[in-house]
Design a protein. Structure first.
Length: 82
């Protein structure tokens, strides 16, 4: 069972969910994929993370990395974290 792999050591850290679709069109057309990505928050809660320690990073949602470094939203957010 995968849940057995989650230890108290894992749960001592915050959980980060990086939600991503590359283009605005994908956001509009692939709604099920986006919903599944957001549902990972519920999965993290079910595995033992408190809701207030789950961080959803979705500032790159619908933004292409074609003209900028990939994952800038994640990188800029993680630079602020301790």
């Amino acid at each position: 069972m995968p849940e057995a792999k989650i230890t108290q050591q894992h749960l001592a850290h915050d959980a980060y969910l990086y939600i991503r679709q590359s283009t605005p069109r994908q956001v509009l057309e692939n709604t099920e994929s986006t919903q599944r990505q957001y549902a990972l928050r519920d999965r993290a809660v079910a595995l033992g993370w408190p809701l207030e320690r789950i961080h959803v990073l979705d500032c790159d949602l619908g933004k292409s990395a074609h003209n900028r470094p990939a994952g800038m939203g994640f990188r800029s957010w993680s630079a602020r974290s301790p």
